[in-house]
Design a protein around this ligand. Structure first.
Ligand code: ATP
Length: 369
């Protein structure tokens, strides 16, 4: 906890591109509806590929300043197809990456939770009746293979390389974050044991063996959490066959990126999966999906991921500021989302239904009331 409850929390809000604006507005409406008038002040700031095309800047200085100075950042999505830098990398990712490094958001938190009313593609897993899914992937967010972005080598059109970076500092802080989370959660669904799984390829690369050894060291501070190991290839099978075994998983940046999308697919997909990028001083929250330009501006996007990312934001703020009321508001929103999904009258498009973004928003607001 780093502060006291505030009367009003100021949220730097970047709508971004594609479906970003519509899902952000939906999340803002639901968060404001749950928390009450004046509790949240959404400060709208520009950023993303649309802004880059107009101004040459994907993350304007004033936007970065707002993200740095306000209480949290809420983001819709960034990216437009075909808008790339000369080296072929996408401009859309830059907003995120810059914020990650500049705000030192080292833990990318991806809850993989099967909500009531959502059918998992995994046979035997069904939150309402059978076995369920509820674990969290903590992806290291500032180093690993992606640390090399913009700095890899391309030699004479014949040779390219990027370096995988693993540091003691970067690994120990993300491992501590993951163990701490496991300590606070209720354990794995299968056996109730508090478990932190290290996902790596320690059998192949020295850098991953180092990652694992640092996790082992940090484990000494958390005697109530058991440590578990899984190779990145093997865990893709385990997450399909025995997802209820998992509680918290920590992974190097690229592996975390890959397995968190796999995990999301087992609980309904990207349109329902939230994410939070968290550091010691800042937090940025956005749905796990991209800007989905194919459905942008048609009121077809599911706002659920954005709303649940808002729930993560409220919980993070509640924790930092010792604000129990905000934590209760977060739980009310989560229950309202689940009530709507379970009732089945409004099913978002990505879950096979026809509910429009605006209809989902109204239904969730109705369930809150
Ligand atoms: P990025 O690389 O920016 O993460 P992506 O290539 O993974 O993006 P998304 O933008 O996440 O792709 O979307 C993939 C497809 O999934 C979209 O084209 C869209 O049809 C669907 N989709 C994504 N998010 C949603 C959503 N919130 N609601 C409904 N459908 C969605």
């Amino acid at each position: 906890m780093s502060g006291h409850p505030k009367a009003t929390y100021r949220i730097a809000t970047i709508e971004g591109d594609g479906i970003g604006p519509e899902v952000t507005r939906s999340a803002m409406a639901v968060l404001a509806g749950a928390c009450g008038a004046g509790r949240l002040d959404f400060v709208m700031v520009p950023g993303g590929v649309g802004h880059y095309q107009a101004s040459g800047e994907v993350l304007p200085k004033d936007t970065l300043k707002a993200c740095r100075e306000l209480d949290a950042t809420l983001h819709g999505a960034a990216g437009l197809p075909g808008v790339t830098y000369p080296d072929g990398t996408e401009v859309g990712n830059e907003l995120h990456l810059q914020l990650r490094f500049k705000l030192d958001l080292y833990a990318n938190v991806r809850p993989i939770k099967l909500l009531k009313g959502v059918r998992s593609p995994l046979r035997d897993f069904d939150a309402a009746g059978g076995r369920s899914i509820d674990y969290v992937i903590v992806r290291e967010n500032t180093e690993g293979l992606y640390a090399s972005r913009g700095a890899g080598v391309l030699l004479r059109g014949e040779f390219a390389s990027d370096s995988l970076v693993v540091t003691r500092k970067g690994t120990s802080r993300v491992a501590r974050f993951a163990f701490d989370l496991a300590e606070k959660r209720g354990g794995a669904l299968r056996d109730g044991r508090r478990r932190m799984t290290v996902c790596d390829k320690a059998n192949i690369l020295r850098s991953y063996a180092f990652f694992r050894s640092i996790c082992d060291e940090v484990h000494g501070e958390f005697p109530d959490v058991e440590i578990d190991y899984a190779y990145a290839d093997a865990i893709t099978v385990h997450l399909l066959k025995r997802p209820d075994f998992y509680d918290v998983i920590v992974a190097e940046n690229m592996f975390g990126d890959i397995i968190s999308d796999l995990g999301a697919a087992t609980v309904g997909g990207m349109g329902i999966s939230p994410s939070g990028e968290i550091g010691d001083a800042h937090g940025l929250f956005q749905g796990a999906h991209g800007s989905a330009p194919d459905i942008a501006g048609q009121d077809l996007a599911s706002p659920v991921a954005a709303i649940l990312s808002g729930v993560m934001m409220l919980r993070w703020l509640a924790d930092r500021h010792g604000d129990a009321a905000l934590g209760e508001d977060a739980s009310r929103i989560e229950r309202a989302v689940e009530t709507v999904l379970e009732a089945g009258a409004f099913v978002p498009t990505d879950l096979g239904g026809k509910a429009r973004c605006s209809e989902m928003t109204q239904a969730i607001l109705g369930a809150l009331a």
